[in-house]
Design a protein around this ligand. Sequence first.
Ligand code: COA
Length: 492
Amino acid sequence: MTIRKMAAKAAVKKAAVKPRRTAVKFAQRPAIRATVKMSAPTNSAVRKNGGFAELPPPSTEPWGSLGKALEGVRILDFTHVQSGPTCTQLLGYMGADCIKVERPGVGDITRGQLRDVKGADSLYFTMLNGNKRSITIDSKHPKGKEILERLIKHCDVLVENFAPGALDRMGLTWDYIHKTNPRMIVASVKGFGPGPYEECKVYENIAQCAGGAASTTGFREGPPLVTGAQIGDSGTGLHLAFGIVTALYQRLRTGRGQRVLCAMQDGVLNLARVKLRDQQRLGHGPLSEYSQYGEGVPFGVAVPRAGNDSGGGQPGWILKCKGWETDPDAYTYFITQAPVWGPICDLIGRPEWKTDPDYATPPARLPRLRHIFNTIEEWTKTKTKFEVMDICNQHDIPVGPILSMKEIGEDQSLRATGTVVEIDHPIRGQYLTVGNPVKMSDSITEVKRAPLLGEHTEQILIEVLGYSAEEYAAIKSSGAVTPSEKKETEAA
Ligand code: COA
């Protein structure tokens, strides 16, 4: 093909691609959208072309000017509390149109939980539901069921994290959804996968305990500990988002949706996989990187809690810094990485340790780690955690200040990258949220405030689902999208 012909072909493809982006944005779409024709090349075609069978020519438009990665993907967001909302917020950050379905007059329970500003949606809710639109629908009302059926026809993915069986009890079984829209992906978070506990309700800390994280967190002498990072909820939401995006990709070939399930127990275990590694290693002898090895404390049958041990081949610990007596976060994490042992010895005033056979090699240091860290701490206590960071980094010594949430909230570099974002909210005023932790050069995230309860009900019914103004009025008076009088009385 000549260059001219290629350019002409590219121009035709580009013209075909461009209106598609605007066409799918917020306009009405038929069930299986003709505007977003998902071609279904065969597996062999995909293999032959290295997976690039149907791609347009590489765009030369400026980076970030061609919309967002998931633009055109519409999510029926039936999530609540934290795990599911984390997932759909991430998809929203990537440009998906997330339509959050909430119970009329009630909404996601977190709207009212841990409330700090009277009458305003809580931070619990607003920090997990940015970049979404809210529609209220009573899913058990006959008219509500009809609206949901239309939504299923107009969306690509249904995401939910109800207790086991709740979606089925609404009549939204997989068979029904798949028959109504064979392209729909149905993605669920549950506490446990199939097995003895599959019917159980699960919250964050239960998942941390059942996924193996708690038994391996904490100090040897103390009880199991849960961690502040929400690895059960947000961690599983993140796994689910990955599952959804890959299912969308597979749909390009198969043309059909599928079920995606992430059990919180599985998500936590995936994050704790190094501890299952250690469990197996334990069968072949003690774990030399655990400080209890150097201290001569025998191992039991299961992976023990390792305190602040680094868990890798390079010993590390949390050490006090200047001000620790009054500031609970005046600490640094310090790693005695082998290649920089020499600079460490010089810095802490122990140059003789560089050649002393008791200290010169990593195996020789193992039984002396506590003494070594105590000695390093005598040095770190004379510096602030930020001074330790500055000095050590000049010598490539890996250290990290223990940052408080106050410090993180005020950190200008996190603001500059959009990881911490200040948002305006019509009722609560300004609040901070965590923006998109994934940065993409061609899909630039705009963080938008969380919606008020039912803020977009009318817009979605009319603009997305195609109801007329008269039909909308009838829906409103039917009680399918408004709180029942009984509920209002209860709330008052
Ligand atoms: N209209 C009408 N009813 C609605 C509705 C709507 N728009 N949205 C939800 N409901 C109903 C559900 O149908 C369900 O009713 P049913 O049990 O009578 O069938 C009910 O609200 C409550 O749902 P449920 O999920 O059971 O909420 P819960 O508050 O009792 O339990 C969890 C909360 C988180 C424990 C539970 O949802 C769960 O285990 N989820 C899976 C694991 C998970 O995600 N956990 C982490 C949460 S961060």
